[in-house]
Design a protein around this ligand. Structure first.
Ligand code: 5AD
Ligand code: SF4
Length: 469
């Protein structure tokens, strides 16, 4: 399947709109200020970095106070209802700022407003929102913004057609040493609880040479951790002559000292080949985030996950055999429609068997338009809450001790900033993607150091430098 990309002509047109917005904001009596905020996953954060990149080219500076901003933008998430409620609350709170500063432009974009019923609610409830746009038209942001400045009218743009991939958009990266690089967009899996395939469309992979040259450039400019992003990275390149292990192999050949990590890997097509590539690599993170969602085969089937507990466990065993220091993390949903306490207990058993380093746990949230939303859901919220706390206790027991095995070991650590356990310390990330705090001076930032681990906390390690680079 040929890769569908936004044409050079269209990108050129958007660059013209960037200049036009620049001309509009140029006559302000101050440099225009933008406040942008991203909810949800890393993909959203990455999209926001592009929005920020376009804003910077349009002449904007950035503020962390929405009340001071000429433009406020929320990039929203639809995965669970509580994230949506927060957006409604925060957009509601902007009303006062807009009354004080009627020139303020308010924009809401991303997965949440890609849903028709939410966009409709947003339009009606908040007449002062100027711009609403979905996930498929990010690259048209300059044109949409210009249209508001020019015509003074609200713009709503939510096409349902899968967006073509826009290469070469400006990016304002939020991190100094860590860079996110999307390798694919969308999802074809249709897990029955999940809204993502609906709001992000079908899978589209970027061309391998685009990804490789972006990563090469990032490493050249000093980035030390490259996070490859996709809803299911294992489907990367499906229908073309490349795949995810092949992409990783190519990236691993690049020279320099850096870490390549990735999110997220679907267990149904996480292959032994992928694990072998990680095991034999120079740069790839020894961290596998492998969302299991449930430990009951019956529920996995209802979730449309296409694997069973047996297959999942054999994958875990293979990964631990080939990469003994691998950090394993997961996502779990509690209270899927029709889940019984017996099913839930199987999830607890699985957690006891796998002993994850950490787990992201969620109570099922009904998403309109998904298959699970139509299923019977007889268990009360209260009961689900009790199960959820039980799950946290079980995970806490293992999570608390998961890092103890590192005490006494020396880990290679990327120094990223000031300490998370103590701001007199430096903080960094090991190849297993574990936070490590240690004493050292700022000259180490952005470089790697060997750190001997002296203490394990439930969520981080503490150590001492043994050799400075
Ligand atoms: N309710 C609760 N959790 C969900 N997730 C996705 N959809 C839902 C939902 N409707 C969780 C899954 C996924 C993670 C990103 O969010 O565990 O892996
Ligand atoms: Fe949602 Fe499943 Fe796709 Fe992940 S793989 S985004 S959980 S549908």
């Amino acid at each position: 399947m040929p890769i569908s990309t936004v044409s050079e002509d269209e990108l050129k047109e958007q660059r013209l709109f960037i200049q036009r917005v620049r001309a509009v904001t140029h006559v302000f009596d101050h440099k225009p200020l933008a406040f942008t905020h991203s909810y949800g996953c890393q993909q959203n954060v990455s999209d926001s970095e592009k929005i920020d990149g376009m804003l910077a080219e349009m002449g904007f500076d950035f503020t962390d106070k929405p009340e001071n901003a000429d433009l406020v933008l929320y990039n929203t998430c639809a995965v669970r209802e509580n994230a949506e409620n927060r957006v409604f609350g925060n957009v509601g709170a902007l009303k006062h700022f807009k009354e004080k500063n009627p020139g303020m432009i308010i924009a809401v974009c991303g997965c949440m407003v890609q849903q028709e019923h939410i966009a409709e609610r947003m339009k009606q409830r908040f007449p002062y929102v100027d711009l609403i746009f979905g996930t498929h038209v990010l690259h048209k942001f300059p044109e949409m913004l210009y249209s508001i400045y020019e015509k003074g009218r609200r713009v709503v743009c939510i096409p349902e057609i899968d967006g073509a991939i826009a290469e070469g958009l400006p990016v304002r990266r939020s991190d100094k040493f860590k860079a996110s690089v999307p390798i694919m967009y969308g999802c074809n899996n249709f897990c029955t609880y999940c809204i993502v395939p609906k709001v992000r469309g079908r899978e589209r992979s970027r061309a391998a040479d685009e990804i490789i040259s972006e990563v090469r450039e990032l490493i050249k400019t000093g980035y030390k951790e490259i996070l490859l992003l996709g809803q299911n990275v294992n489907s990367y390149g499906k229908g073309t002559d490349t795949d995810f292990p092949a992409l990783l192999r190519e990236l691993d050949r690049l020279d320099g000292e850096f870490i390549i990590s990735f999110m997220t890997s679907h267990p149904k097509d996480c292959s032994h080949e992928l694990i072998d590539v990680i095991a034999g690599s120079r740069h790839i993170s020894h961290h596998l985030h492998l969302p299991v969602q449930s430990g009951s085969d019956r529920i996995l089937k209802l979730m449309n996950r296409h694997y069973d507990v047996g297959k999942y466990l054999s994958l875990v065993d293979y990964a631990r055999e080939k990469i003994p220091d691998i950090q394993l993390t997961t996502d779990i949903i509690v209270g899927f429609p029709g889940e019984t306490y017996e099913d839930f207990k199987m999830t607890l058993d699985l957690m006891k068997r796998v002993k994850y380093d950490s787990a992201f746990t969620f109570i099922y949230s009904r998403r309109e338009g998904t298959k699970a939303a139509e299923m019977d859901d007889p268990v009360s919220d209260e009961e689900k809450g009790t199960w959820f706390r039980e799950l946290l206790d079980v995970q806490g027991e293992f999570g608390e001790r998961a890092y103890e095995k590192y005490v006494g070991q020396t880990l290679r650590v990327l120094c990223e900033g000031r300490g998370r356990t103590d701001d007199k310390l430096l903080t960094g990330k090991s190849r297993q993607n574990i936070i490590v705090d240690f004493a050292g001076d700022d000259s180490l930032l952005g470089s790697f150091a060997d750190v001997k681990i002296t203490k394990a906390l439930p969520w981080a390690l503490v150590g001492e430098i043994v050799k400075e680079e």
